[in-house]
Design a protein around this ligand. Structure first.
Ligand code: GDD
Length: 384
């Protein structure tokens, strides 16, 4: 098959939808299909594109930002359809499906598969009077018109129900991670990274996240003084950047824990597995702050793949990412006391923590990996 992937989110940009688009494209290419990806252009794209080309993924870059992409992508999609037969189109989120429809894929009788993550189904970005109703109607029409809908979790599937889609249109395919990229790194390498980043010895609690409100990093900071009472040598390390960084740094200062909290900013991809491996526990107590919701949480799988136990909040798609009591723990959202207890409990019981980490790695290797996700998607695309 020639599969046309259209996505406004793609590396070198960082985030879960970007990871999803790149990994699913690579996974489909491993099936021997021809993969063309229409995605936004970035100054640092060329080295990424060389790697994608080596993996059989051909990128077509379009000068655009996130908002203009659905319009700017139209000529590229049209050109591609004129040059070659496209068998199926895959939109990584509904605005990308808009580009496909405007480019006339329906006239060419090309079926459309549409992935769904969460937030994009709830967003209400239009401020002009009456504009949001038009936006909602357009989104509804596009979602309903897809031949196949691929939500990343049971939660995201539930968000599709109000769109009036048919059950037979929906196939839940959970996100994954790559266990050959994320794996347990030996202690010497972890110690070297800790030294390089200036992290002290002692138990290490880690969050990897874009720093936006819904991720709940403030709840970890609020829980951390309690953790320090039982584990005075513990540190809390936050990797990732975003608009909330200054507020979170200020909160740590107000709580008097700045010395034990380390904001690393954005970490190179190559260092992530060592950081996950160095952590005693990974935490991300994301809250549901509609329209901002957690569709799944790939970071839980990345940490688990490095044999690190995880703690998340029982919201959104996180219960699909964490098997409670087996690969990690689910706690109520916005509950610093419950989170503090869960963190202290795992730090105090290294055997239980190690068992959860090992179970998490096995779950990723067995089922929650990108190749499994791409295999499921490929099976459904072949029958469209
Ligand atoms: N290299 C690097 N450096 N990568 C980072 C950093 C950083 O500092 N911070 C975050 N990332 C990467 C993580 O490694 C992960 O692959 C991705 O960005 C974050 O993915 P998610 O945890 O899934 O969160 P999201 O909010 O960006 O993604 C949204 O879509 C996902 C895909 O369906 C959410 O809805 C997620 O819940 C959903 O899983």
């Amino acid at each position: 098959m020639h599969i046309l992937v259209v996505t406004q989110d793609f590396p070198p940009d960082v985030g879960g939808t970007q990871t999803y688009a790149a990994e699913v494209a690579r996974g489909l290419a491993r099936h021997g299909h021809r993969i063309s990806v229409v995605c936004p252009d970035r100054p640092d794209a060329p080295p990424h594109d060389n790697e994608f080309a080596a993996a059989g993924v051909h990128t077509i870059r379009v000068a655009s930002n996130q908002d203009t992409f659905p319009i700017k992508a139209v000529p590229a999609v049209r050109r591609l359809m004129a040059e070659a037969t496209v068998d199926v189109a895959f939109a990584v989120a509904w605005p990308s499906a808009l580009a496909l429809l405007m480019a006339g894929v329906r006239r060419h009788h090309i079926p459309i598969a549409l992935a769904a993550h969460g937030r994009e189904l709830l967003l209400e970005p239009v401020r002009v009077p009456g504009g949001q109703a038009v936006y909602n109607a357009l989104r509804r029409r596009i979602v309903r018109s897809a031949d196949l809908l691929l939500p990343v979790s049971r939660y995201t599937a539930s968000l599709l129900v109000p769109f009036g889609v048919l059950a037979m249109q929906i196939q839940i395919v959970n996100n994954g991670t790559d266990p050959s990229v994320f794996f347990p790194v030996d202690t010497a390498e972890c110690a070297a990274l800790r030294a390089k980043l200036g992290l002290p010895d002692g138990p290490l609690i880690l969050t990897v996240s874009r720093l936006v409100g819904r991720k709940g990093v403030n709840t970890v900071l609020e829980a951390f003084p309690g953790v320090l009472c039982t584990h005075p040598r513990a540190s809390y390390v936050v990797a990732g950047d975003g608009p909330d960084r200054d507020a979170l740094v200020a909160l740590a200062s107000r709580l008097g824990i700045s010395e034990r909290v380390h904001f690393l900013g954005r970490i190179p991809y190559a260092e992530l597995r060592t950081l996950y491996s160095a952590a005693d526990v990974f935490v991300l107590p994301a809250r549901e702050a509609r329209p901002d919701v957690e569709g799944f949480g790939i970071v839980f799988l990345e940490a688990n793949a490095c044999a690190t136990p995880v703690i998340g909040a029982d919201t959104g798609g996180i219960p699909d990412a964490i098997e409670h009591g087996h690969t990690g723990l689910l706690i109520p959202p916005d509950d610093a006391a419950a989170l503090g207890k869960a963190l202290s409990g795992l730090l105090a019981d290294p055997e239980r923590a190690a068992a959860m980490g090992a179970a998490g790695r096995k779950r990723v290797v067995d089922a929650f990996n990108w190749q499994c996700a791409a295999d499921h998607i490929e099976a459904r695309l072949s029958h469209l």
